[in-house]
Design a binder for this molecule. Structure first.
Ligand SMILES: Cc1cc2nc3c(=O)[nH]c(=O)nc-3n(C[C@H](O)[C@H](O)[C@H](O)COP(=O)(O)O)c2cc1C
Length: 441
């Protein structure tokens, strides 16, 4: 008898309407003329909902610099909160997760926006907490603080937001026509927060939302990022190109969560995967070739140099970036160190690195039939490397269609994914408890 899995995977889609594989918007049929418009993202999101996926997830940047450099991967063309609010009215089950940076917003504003999204969507909101590495020029910040300070601010930011969401008891709304009190002031508590970065009296001026709080996602894999995630996050995204590294991260992360006094099973670890899915292995290889043929190595070199902050103008595409140009400084971030390792330990050339960063951006990638890719996912899932995956569609809309119509049914058939939604809220999809408010702590 075939092995019957005990639980199913969590699957979210990294919603990049131009496609994850950077220049894939140039492919025929990409609907790139509609980038930034609602009908296109609605169609993509409905495709995910039909496949019963847990959530769509919108990344964000708050600068036009990527577009001006011809890099269409993460553009900010869909501002997450407005886009997800519109999608709340066009969908009914799928989770709606969006990125808001703790370096540029304020906790009271963010807490209100996400509480509103959670209420408008009937309990489907998620927040991807990021600290951002660019965009300061639009907020009067000449130079962004070092990562450690950004994470200190992020920690305080999330702490304030959580306290604001919890400032209304679930019993606060009494709607008492006779007495003339809609809300019971005794059930709504100020937070009186006075920290290093924020001073917020509270309480929130919105009723407690269906999930109590939105589901909290975070995506930093540095020590500070993991600390933030282990303290607050329900879900962590991580870029892991190999199973052994992913399993190591998974174990370390769950241990950190346990050390915080939280149940490790209540925190989900989702590595990214870029699946290039074909009806057959051969067709998938053809698609992969087609995608690679769109890579512009000139702009790729410039972008890689900028991302890594290494001068590589003089290096031949078929040579390696020399060891002395890399830094061991851990504050350079986890992605930097993945690329450093790929060069120094695995011998990748500059050309290989450009392809690597264009194709999957340090995430796992797989090319083949649904069955072949499902094998990889199941191997990671059963092997203690993942609770599920952040799916990065290589091209839109066809790459997503292939994920939804070929890969997901394969996982469903094997019992690794749901065939119907069992709950209504994102927390229910993820198997997470609804947190209590201040009067239950
Ligand atoms: C799947 C994934 C999605 C991310 N999305 C965003 C995003 O939309 N906006 C952003 O500013 N950073 C984003 N990041 C970056 C992380 O939030 C974080 O800043 C980065 O991983 C560096 O932090 P670290 O050094 O702690 O790993 C993302 C990272 C991952 C792995």
């Amino acid at each position: 008898m075939a092995h019957k899995p005990e639980k199913h995977m969590i699957l979210t889609v990294f919603m990049l309407p131009p496609g994850y594989y950077k220049d894939s918007w140039r492919l025929p049929g990409s609907r790139s003329e509609e980038l930034g418009y609602l009908d296109f993202v609605t169609d993509l999101t409905l495709m995910c909902e039909r496949a019963k996926l847990d959530s769509v997830f919108f990344g964000d940047v708050v600068t036009a610099s990527t577009i001006l450099e011809g890099n269409m991967m993460t553009t900010g063309l869909n501002e997450p909160i407005t886009t997800l609010s519109a999608l709340a009215g066009r969908t009914s089950k799928i989770g709606l997760t969006g990125t808001v940076s703790t370096s540029f917003s304020l906790p009271f504003v963010t807490a209100r926006q996400l509480s509103g999204l959670d209420s408008l969507s009937g309990g489907r909101a998620g927040w991807n907490i990021v600290t951002s590495w660019m965009g300061g020029e639009n907020f009067g910040i000449d130079e962004l603080p070092a990562p450690a300070e950004r994470y200190r601010r992020a920690t305080e930011f999330v702490d304030v937001a959580v306290k604001l969401w919890d400032s209304w008891s679930d019993q606060a709304v009494i709607n008492d026509r006779a007495s003339g009190w809609w809300a019971d002031p005794a059930k709504i508590q100020a937070i009186d927060y006075d920290g290093e970065f924020f001073k917020v009296a509270g309480p929130l001026n919105m009723r407690r939302s269906p999930q109590g709080r939105p589901v909290l996602f975070q995506a930093g894999s540095s020590a500070d990022g993991m600390e933030l995630g282990a303290t607050f996050a329900d879900v962590t995204y991580t870029a892991q190109p190999r199973k052994d590294g992913a399993a190591e991260f998974y174990a370390k992360y769950k241990e950190l969560v346990r050390a915080k006094g939280r149940d490790p099973r209540s925190v989900k670890v989702l590595p990214g995967i870029l699946p290039i899915v074909g009806e057959t292995d051969a067709e998938a290889e053809e698609i992969a070739k087609d995608l690679a043929n769109h890579i512009n190595f000139d702009s790729g070199r410039v972008q890689l140099a900028k991302n890594l902050e290494i001068d590589i103008a003089d290096i031949d595409l078929d040579e390696r970036i020399p060891a002395e140009r890399w830094s061991e400084d851990p504050s350079r971030g986890s992605r930097y160190h993945i690329f450093r390792k790929l060069t120094l330990d695995d011998g990748l050339t500059l050309r290989d690195l450009v392809v690597e960063s264009y194709r999957s951006g340090a995430h796992l990638w797989a090319v083949g039939s649904a069955s072949k890719i499902a094998d990889v996912m199941v191997d990671w899932f059963e092997g203690g490397a993942a609770d599920g995956f952040s799916l990065n569609p290589p091209h839109m809309p066809d790459g997503l269609r292939r994920i939804c119509d070929l890969l997901v049914p394969e996982l469903q058939e094997r019992g690794y994914f749901r065939t119907e939604y069992e709950g209504d809220t994102l927390r229910e999809h993820l198997g997470l408890d609804r947190p209590g408010a201040w009067d239950t702590h």
